[in-house]
Design a protein around this ligand. Structure first.
Ligand code: NDP
Length: 309
């Protein structure tokens, strides 16, 4: 029995050690050194190339090395009926909330402008924006978005959230379903995106969305790069419709050095670090899930194939 590891973003070594220690009866192999493909029972993957999973005829489960599982559900060759598991919680919500709070405070307290003034040695006491003038909207109210929304509310912002289904979250005004998206965007000076990437959410941060937000708004993208239409963001910033953006995720990662986001004066770029998958933090959930599957028990983080998240 083999577990096959594939990731361009994570080191295999901590996983090799953990499996040798915790599940020594399972051979650990790293793609492309997979050994006989019919021996592979579990695939532990991040962003696997299309067709890779279809080559494993006896796959019992796919374990994603992240909270988001894209692009796996949209791979047309994906073997049907094989459970797909994502990482749930494992420290992500708190880290994502820290990032979002930092971004919103940076915009509200005009820290980017103050950084520029310092570089020019200029003492200019910019008038502050008040927190009450900064309603924040969180897109996605799942495991991560709910904590992001609650912690932003605790800082003092008027927070709303947008999700597919209705829900109740203390101190957070919830807008649900596509029909409420416009109302949600129209009241949100800052939009923080914590959605999963699915065919329904791809390109959701586009020119129409930015035009619906109040003039002088801000976007924080910690979901996925393909939620955002790059050109539309630049146009909205250049026209003054949006005043700034802080982006952690991109259509192509690493973000190519020639991409205009790197040098745009109103964009802050971070290299997909809002909530990294740290092996030592997430191994217990992965190993526990494999033990559950071996015992025939329900695992944690099962993705619903019909929803894609
Ligand atoms: P969950 O599955 O727990 O939550 C997803 C949320 O999005 C739910 O509230 C869901 O609504 C909502 N949603 C999904 N589709 C739609 C839709 N079509 N319209 C409206 N709402 C929708 O995921 P997590 O909170 O664990 O993770 C969210 C995402 O964060 C991940 O998929 C990943 O892309 C990103 N991420 C980024 C990281 C980074 O470092 N930048 C790190 C970790 C995650 P409902 O509740 O009604 O189902």
């Amino acid at each position: 029995m083999t577990i096959l590891f594939y990731s361009e973003a994570d080191s295999a070594e901590p996983w090799r050690e953990a499996f040798a220690r915790e599940l020594p009866h399972i051979a650990f192999r790293v793609w492309p050194d997979a050994g006989p493909l019919e021996s592979v029972r579990y695939a532990l993957v991040w962003n696997p190339p299309r067709g890779l999973l279809a080559r494993l005829p006896n796959l019992k489960a796919i374990l994603a090395l992240g909270a988001g599982v894209d692009p796996i559900p949209t791979d047309p060759t994906l073997p049907k009926g094989v459970p797909l598991l994502r990482l749930v919680d494992v420290g992500f919500p708190a880290q994502m909330a820290e990032y979002a709070i930092y971004a919103v405070l940076k915009f509200q307290r005009r820290m980017g402008e103050l950084d520029d003034l310092q570089r020019r040695a200029q003492w200019n006491q910019l008038d502050p924006f008040f927190a009450r003038d900064f309603p924040v909207g969180v897109m996605g109210l799942g495991v991560i978005g709910k904590v992001v929304a609650q912690r932003l509310s605790a800082v003092g912002y008027a927070v709303a959230g947008w999700a597919r289904g209705p829900k109740t979250i203390e101190n957070v005004e919830v807008y649900s379903a596509r029909g409420r998206l416009k109302d949600f965007l129209a009241r949100s000076r800052v939009v923080v995106n914590a959605l999963p990437l699915t065919p329904q959410t791809e390109n959701i941060l586009d020119a129409a969305a930015f035009a619906t937000m109040p003039r002088g708004g801000y976007v924080v993208n910690i979901g996925r790069g393909a939620h955002l239409v790059d050109r539309d963001l630049i146009d909205a910033l250049d026209s003054g419709q949006l005043a700034g953006a802080m982006l952690d995720v991109f259509r192509e990662e690493p973000l190519p050095s020639t991409h205009p986001f790197w040098r745009h004066p109103k964009i802050v770029v971070t290299p997909h670090i809002a909530a990294p998958t740290i092996a030592s933090e997430v191994q217990a959930q992965v190993i526990d899930n494999i033990r559950r599957l071996e015992r025939g028990e329900p695992p944690v983080g099962l993705v619903d194939p019909s929803r894609g998240y």
